[in-house]
Design a protein around this ligand. Structure first.
Ligand code: ATR
Length: 281
């Protein structure tokens, strides 16, 4: 019988996950179908009970339900629990287990330009202190990255992430002025804020004049493909990366949790790029 998978969120109609994951199920000849479910606030518990009742095999969770779903699961993996957010649920014979593949998805996409070994000894700067920053910070700390600073407009939110992290890491919360002045000491800089996202394409979160050449600069935004932040960083000799990789790899890691197969991420990236407007990047 065809297995059912899906994604819950609100809004959900623009999600690229159904196209991306259905293509993978087809590619690997797995009899399964992945659907988008629009779940309203107040219906999350019922939705999770529905998964259990109907025997849905796996679910992705997106904004705004990633935190709330934790209350209704049987088990939450250590890193996801520390992040406080779940984006992937596996139904193991009626037992619902929550994972977070966002942070590891980011790390896997970063692995295209830096090995884990190099990453562990790098100085990393995270720009922003929202949910995305929390996932990336804790996942990096969990894999043994030893120095991760956070720059944020609201310094208390940066401190909150650092205080909540259960993994050993050396971190400083920074103002934008401090981060911009000391930018040359970082080998990896990642923007997790929405600054620069369509339609505000002329905005940038951080001035990059002090970047060292060959710094890896990543932006989790993928609309536009190249933000002003990435464009500016490239002018200073940075190796740049947009957010498509993180989106693709979080989906690939979810697919692997459900099927045991790590899928063809190049194919996934080509499909997502096409869905976003056909440009390759
Ligand atoms: P997400 O969960 O997607 O990460 P979020 O929790 O709303 O989203 O976090 C958004 C991040 O972008 C925060 O770091 C926010 O800074 P504050 O914590 O100071 O609010 C940052 N951000 C959003 N708009 C910004 C702006 N115009 N300038 C600087 N930072 C901004």
């Amino acid at each position: 019988m065809e297995k059912v998978y899906g994604v819950i969120g609100n809004p959900i109609s623009h999600s690229m996950s159904p196209a991306m994951l259905n293509d993978m199920f087809e590619t690997y000849h797995i009899e399964a179908r992945y659907h988008a479910f629009h779940v309203q606030t107040g219906q999350v518990k019922a939705a999770i009970e529905g998964i259990r009742g109907l025997g849905v095999y796996g679910i992705n969770v997106t904004i705004p339900h990633k935190v709330e779903v934790i209350d209704y699961l049987d088990e939450v993996e250590e890193v996801a629990a520390n992040i406080g957010a779940v984006n992937t649920i596996v139904n193991e014979n009626g037992k619902l287990i929550g994972y977070n593949t966002d942070g590891n998805g980011f790390i896997r996409s970063l692995n295209r330009v830096i090995s884990n070994e190099e990453l562990r000894s790098a100085n990393v700067l995270i720009v922003g202190a929202g949910g995305a920053a929390r996932g990336i910070f804790i996942s990096l700390a969990a894999m043994g990255v030893s120095k991760i600073d956070i720059v944020n407009r609201t310094i208390e939110r940066a401190k909150g992430i650092i205080d909540d992290c259960r993994f050993e890491v050396e971190s400083h919360p920074l103002s934008f002025k401090e981060a911009e002045a000391s930018l040359s000491k970082y080998q990896v800089v990642v923007n997790t804020t929405s600054v620069g996202m369509h339609p505000n394409v002329d905005d940038t979160p951080l001035s990059v004049e002090n970047l060292a050449p060959k710094t890896i600069v990543s932006d989790i935004i993928y609309n536009p493909f190249e933000t002003k932040f990435l464009r500016d960083a490239a002018k200073y000799g940075a190796i740049t990366q947009n957010g498509i990789g993180m989106f693709v790899y979080q989906g690939a890691l979810a697919f692997e949790k459900w099927t045991g197969i790590f899928p063809d991420t190049d194919r996934m990236e080509r499909l997502v790029t096409k869905l976003l407007g056909g440009r390759t990047c």
